[in-house]
Design a protein around this ligand. Structure first.
Ligand code: FES
Length: 99
């Protein structure tokens, strides 16, 4: 697990892109739970920094509306596409991610 950001840097229902070991990771605060995932949609590569967060634990790509579970990466409607997600651990007010 590697330090990624302070919790205060990822606002509620917000996102933040961080670079860890030269790799960009998207941190997401969905209803108070922090998730980490890849920054590009596995469908056609839209940047997920502009994705929508409306439902808990779900990120919705703004380009074609595919919905991914932030925990498992699963897309129920299009199961052939899976979002890469990373384990997150909270250490006090710090977000640590395993990449
Ligand atoms: S590029 Fe994300 S749904 Fe198509």
């Amino acid at each position: 697990m590697v330090f990624a950001a302070k919790v205060s840097e990822v606002p509620l229902w917000g996102k933040k892109v961080v670079t860890m070991n030269g790799q960009e990771i998207l941190l997401v605060n969905s209803k108070g739970t922090i998730y980490a995932c890849e920054t590009e949609c596995p469908h056609q590569g839209a940047p997920l920094s502009g994705a929508l967060l409306k439902d808990a634990d779900i990120i919705t790509c703004q380009r074609h509306g595919y919905r991914f579970n932030l925990q498992s990466g699963e897309c129920k409607e299009f199961p052939e596409y899976t979002l890469k997600t990373y384990p997150v651990q909270m250490v006090g007010d710090e977000i640590h991610v395993e990449i």
